[in-house]
Ligand binder design. Sequence first.
Ligand SMILES: NC(=O)c1ccc[n+]([C@@H]2O[C@H](COP(=O)([O-])OP(=O)(O)OC[C@H]3O[C@@H](n4cnc5c(N)ncnc54)[C@H](OP(=O)(O)O)[C@@H]3O)[C@@H](O)[C@H]2O)c1
Length: 175
Amino acid sequence: MTVLQIGAAGGVGQRLARLLVARGDAVTGMHRDPAQAETVRASGATPLTADLVDDSVDELATKIGGHDAVVFSAGGHGTGRDKTTVIDGKGLEKAAAGAARAGVSRFVLVSVFPDALRAGEPDEGFEHYVKVKKTADVAAFIDAALHEPALSRVIVELTGGETPVTEAVARLVSS
Ligand SMILES: NC(=O)c1ccc[n+]([C@@H]2O[C@H](COP(=O)([O-])OP(=O)(O)OC[C@H]3O[C@@H](n4cnc5c(N)ncnc54)[C@H](OP(=O)(O)O)[C@@H]3O)[C@@H](O)[C@H]2O)c1
């Protein structure tokens, strides 16, 4: 499978690239800062400079074209509401429109579990949990889900549990 990652230099992006490359996929890693090219290359992906804010939908479509799937794990990551709006919001819309224009229908979005942070006081333990899940299970889940064609048009909430990722994906498909 050929995969275009948007947000390839990020925490999830780098871990996912390693998993995909290990199973034999060809991964293009989109990053916005040219200085991140080596980081992306070190994860096994082929670096490609692009910016969700500066690039047009047509430019994104050209970069996405020829891939089997897109994984979107870009984000402003707490750098301000404006950044969230233009990157996580508008940037996602542009990327999805670019993928549609390029005829790439397999699009995996790393989003946020809306209820997870809604329950009142900030909790250090939970923050740590989110960090740990982000560095392992999220990438592992995307790796497994991308290669399960029957898993389509679904929202999956990753929370916790002892079930191995591949088994969890298989159960989702059969449910
Ligand atoms: N995994 C979880 O548990 C979890 C929880 C909540 C939300 N999420 C979502 O998953 C995303 C990925 O998590 P992460 O830890 O990998 O985040 P991260 O390390 O901040 O990675 C996000 C990547 O997006 C890139 N990016 C930012 N603006 C961009 C733009 N305009 N064009 C192209 N790329 C751009 C960043 O590049 P720069 O280095 O140039 O900024 C960075 O490489 C988060 O942003 C969030 O939306 C994940």
